[in-house]
Design a protein. Structure first.
Length: 380
């Protein structure tokens, strides 16, 4: 079991305050196979941002649509030779798209170009590539990780060769994620075990989360210092990689955390749940800073590369894109209340951030989203 460890707080972290923009795209009603593992059988599209943030790849029944993220127009649609698609992911350089299904994994080159999009190769394995539940590119773009309930496959994408197959433990696997440096793979299983393997040394560490809750989702902090695990029973477990110990536990108060993504530019974690909850967490304080109730399961949620937009899908065939206003409140994230009247008006340039007599704990935005107004200070 993890022992609780203090979670290191950081300065100069952007704070989410309100929704500035929300746009929604209606896709087909994407039905999942009931034969998929728990947490992976939720209806709805899977999605991924292109690395330059201009496009989204979105599963839509037996096709994958390439969407212009600025106007939500379909640029191209790729057919899949399968009855249902399980996951989709852009290569780190944005030139290729991997599509996993109940039948195989396809690698498409230039998938946005309707005239020149090409199926580059189909990945194979000795026992067949069936029921891959999720996939993820190595950060260098040279390898692809495919997860089945019983097996992990790693392919060399340029040659199509299977370079490794392993089964870390007998429990069904539900989630996997590469570390940002590409040296480690984190795996989560149905019995609440988190396995992290250093692929440079093949050293494997395994720990059990509280109450043995199934690990539905995993996400690394952008510095690879911490790993977040989304579990059943509405728990988010944080792991400190230096000692592979617990760094904190969030009792989210929502249904299972089946989708999760750590913001690539700051310390915000986005989560999605079968009860329709989209939540954003400030990982410095381990507090929820934004909650959206959609009334439909949330199977997929992703930040864009710049970290200022969040896309998520739901089981009703909708994909939503939100742009969140953020502001720097200074190094210590407090605002000055020098006249002790509990109210200040502060511009978003980090000025006036030292507060000797109280910390501003609540904000509201001006209509043009340029200023934070009406900060309320708690007196010391």
């Amino acid at each position: 079991m993890f022992q609780a460890q203090p979670f290191k707080k950081e300065k100069n972290v952007k704070i989410v305050l309100a929704i500035a923009l929300g746009i929604c795209l209606l896709t087909g009603s994407v039905i999942r196979s009931q034969g998929l593992p728990l947490g992976q059988d939720i209806d709805g599209a899977r999605l991924d941002w292109h690395p330059n943030d201009t496009m989204l790849a979105i599963t839509d029944n037996q096709t994958v649509k390439i969407i212009d993220s600025t106007n939500l127009q379909t640029i191209n649609a790729l057919p899949a030779a399968a009855s249902y698609i399980t996951d989709v992911g852009w290569s780190p350089d944005g030139t290729k798209l991997a599509i996993s299904s109940d039948f195989n994994i396809e690698i498409w080159n230039q998938p946005w170009d309707s005239a020149n999009a090409q199926l580059e190769r189909t990945l194979q394995a000795p026992e067949g590539v069936y029921n891959i539940i999720s996939l993820e590119w190595h950060p260098n773009g040279d390898m692809l990780l495919g997860v089945k309930p019983s097996t992990i496959h790693i392919w060399d994408v340029s040659s199509g060769q299977l370079v490794r197959t392993f089964s870390p433990n007998p429990a069904p696997l539900l989630s996997a994620s590469w570390s940002h440096d590409g040296n480690k793979i984190a795996l989560g299983d149905i019995k609440g075990r988190i396995i992290v393997e250093d692929i440079t040394t093949t050293v494997t560490k395994m720990e059990q989360v509280y109450d043995q809750d199934a690990i539905f989702s995993l996400s690394w902090k952008n510095t690879d210092e911490y790993l977040a695990a989304g579990t059943a029973s509405s728990i988010i477990q944080l792991i400190y990689l230096d000692n592979f110990g617990g760094a904190g536990t969030i009792y989210a108060g929502v249904e299972d955390i089946v989708a999760m993504d750590w913001n690539p530019t700051n310390n915000l974690l986005a989560t999605g749940s079968p009860d329709g909850t989209v939540a954003i967490w400030d990982m410095n304080t381990l507090q929820m800073v934004l909650k959206i109730d959609t009334d439909y399961p949330i199977p997929s949620i992703k930040w864009n590369t710049n970290g200022d937009k969040l896309a998520y899908s739901n089981g009703n065939g909708h994909v939503s894109i939100m742009q969140l206003p953020t502001g720097e409140a200074g190094n210590d994230q407090v605002l000055s209340d020098s006249d002790n009247n509990s109210t200040e008006l502060v511009t978003l340039d980090g000025s006036d951030s030292s507060d000797p007599d109280g910390t501003i704990v609540d904000y509201s935005w001006t209509e043009d989203d340029v200023e934070i107004a009406a900060g309320i200070a708690h007196k010391r």
